[in-house]
Write a new protein. Structure first.
Length: 299
């Protein structure tokens, strides 16, 4: 029997979190109404969302859309487990109150993905001696998150210490099974990795899926010019499923065969002045729903 998935989105197509002038004037109500109009059942947090469940619940209820999860920036390379748990608590409490199942987690110590003028070649690389410290702390945090009824879904991300396929492999090898993997097709492709190979190796650990497409011609130009991450975004390196060069069906087939039944999230940041958010949201939903069904999911 096919596993059922829901298709969600992220508000970053309407209002960018790292470069807030992109879609800065777009009201949250527009984002939510257009997401629903495009067909999405859920949405992740963005910077325009209230971070209080009592305030957020009626807003989402009015639009008939669920909260899926939200990004958390950790600093475990410089903070103790206890310090990180204290910093995490407001976010964890919100996700718990909203009925979410996963926490989108990324280590952002020294990260450069939000720096417009810093090339990706200047991104932080974890020192050998920091790996065992980091992975031990992350495993402890993941156990804490699990006790709260959620799963920590680690988001490998351009411009951070966990970016490459090899770094994802090492992270999975050196952390406990409590640490889930957020598989992001766009970020792995951008990093020169193979989403299908990663999905095959770590299928049992995949706790969340971000589906973004990549325009390989733009990616080549971005890498050739040693651009910053945000410059690449503005130039259109990312797009929604169905508009780029990522082959989604084989990846989703591996995820489906592993028994995944969570959310598939269209998260593809672009400049909304160049890429109309509603138009691309519709294309992303239609394409991803078709890919998911072809891969064996019930949508």
């Amino acid at each position: 029997m096919a596993n059922t998935v829901q298709i969600g989105t992220n508000p970053i197509a309407w209002s960018n979190d790292d470069m807030r002038e992109l879609g800065g004037a777009t009201p949250l109500d527009v984002c939510l109404s257009e997401a629903v109009e495009a067909g999405y059942q859920g949405i992740e947090l963005g910077h325009k969302f209230p971070r209080d469940a009592a305030a957020l619940t009626p807003i989402l209820k009015k639009h008939g859309i669920e909260l899926i999860s939200g990004w958390y920036s950790s600093e475990l390379l410089s903070r103790s487990v206890d310090e990180e748990i204290i910093a995490l608590e407001p976010h964890l409490s919100l996700l718990t109150a909203m009925g979410c199942n996963v926490v989108v987690w990324a280590e952002t110590s020294g990260c450069v993905h939000g720096a417009k003028d810093t090339p990706l070649s200047d991104r932080p690389v974890m020192r050998e001696e920091d790996w065992p410290v980091f992975t031990a702390r992350l495993s402890e945090i993941a156990a804490h998150v699990k006790r709260r009824g959620l799963t920590l879904a680690y988001h490998h991300h351009m411009g951070t210490v966990i970016e490459t396929e090899a770094e994802v492999d090492r992270l999975m090898a050196e952390t406990s099974a409590d640490v889930g993997l957020l598989l992001d097709t766009g970020h792995l492709t951008f990093a020169g990795g193979d989403p299908l190979a990663v999905a095959k190796r770590h299928a049992s650990r995949i706790a969340h899926v971000h589906c973004k497409d990549v325009r390989l011609s733009v990616l080549s130009a971005v890498k050739g010019a040693n651009m910053s991450f945000l410059s690449g975004v503005v130039d259109g390196v990312f797009t929604v499923p169905g508009d780029g060069d990522v082959d989604f069906v084989p990846v989703l087939k591996v995820v489906a065969e592993a028994g995944y039944s969570g959310w598939l999230v269209v998260e593809a940041e672009q400049d909304p002045e160049k890429a109309n958010p509603l138009e691309y949201a519709r294309l992303g939903y239609a394409s991803l729903a078709a890919y998911a069904r072809e891969a064996g999911f019930k949508v």
